[in-house]
Structure formats: C-alpha cells, structure tokens
Design a protein around this ligand. Structure first.
Ligand SMILES: [Zn+2]
Ligand SMILES: [Zn+2]
Length: 147
C-alpha cells in the first residue's frame, strides 16, 4: 500500500488482512470492505512465491478499485499496477501445488466413465439418502474404492 501510495502520490488506507481463505484460491480481495484474505496453507507451503506474486496481485485489486472504481478485475489498470508499482508479471492464476487443499474425493463408476464425488456426496450415498446417475449414460454411480 505504501508503494502504491508513493506511485500515485496519495495515501491508501491499510486493508484488514485475514488468513482464512479456503480451497484452492490463494487469496481474494474484498473491495467494498477493504479486506484481503489469504490462504494460510498455500502461504506456508510457498512462502516466497506467495509474497512475490499473491500479495501484489490482491493488493493491486484494492489499489485499482480505489483509483479507477469498478473496472475489469484483471484489465489494463490492474496489469499496469502489477507491473509498474510492484514490478511483477501480471499473471491471473497461481501455479502452486494444490494437492493439500484439494478436497478429498471418492471414485465412482458408471457405464461410461469414472466420476469423483466429494466427501459430502459420498456420505449421502453411503447413508442411502441419495442415488446419483451419470448424465451421459444414465447408469447409477457405483462406489469403486481405490486400493
Ligand atoms: Zn485477481
Ligand atoms: Zn456414464
């Protein structure tokens, strides 16, 4: 924020920073509430790349919102802030290994394919609350435990 302030010759308020981003997303910026959320798991697994890429990425979203209002999230304003203020390549997605934050899945089989079901869906099937059928072949999905 200080760097952006120096660049634009103004003062940006400090955002609230939270470390409760879940799932495969590395971080998100909440423009209205001026908050940044970061994924604590991906941060601890990729500390340097996280600081180099994810933090400027999300900070740039706030800076762009403050300076330019509602423009395209990864449009030319955002790209310019990324490269000119932070000196980083404006990439829109991270390339971290997400295996530890990916929800576990259970493999099911129909007549034509293998289909991963989430833990929640798997539990429903096992409790016989629901049966799923394949949209393509219309066969019921059968649990195939992987060895
Ligand atoms: Zn973004
Ligand atoms: Zn099928």
């Amino acid at each position: 924020m200080t760097r952006a302030g120096n660049y634009f010759q103004c003062t940006f308020p400090h955002p609230q920073v939270l470390f409760n981003q879940r799932g495969k997303s590395a971080g998100t910026a909440r423009l209205q509430t001026w908050q940044l959320r970061f994924n604590p798991v991906l941060l601890s697994e990729n500390p340097q790349a996280f600081l180099n890429e994810v933090v400027p990425h999300e900070v740039s979203h706030l800076v762009v919102y403050e300076r330019f209002g509602r423009v395209r999230p990864h449009g030319k304003e955002w790209q310019a802030v990324m490269s000119q203020v932070f000196g980083v390549t404006p990439k829109t997605t991270h390339s971290f290994d997400v295996s530890s934050v990916q929800g576990k899945t259970f493999t099911y089989q129909c007549g034509c394919d293998e289909i991963p079901l989430s833990v929640r869906r798997h539990n429903k099937v096992q409790r016989e609350q629901v049966k799923y059928v394949c949209r393509r072949c219309k066969q019921p999905l059968v649990y195939r435990p992987t060895p």
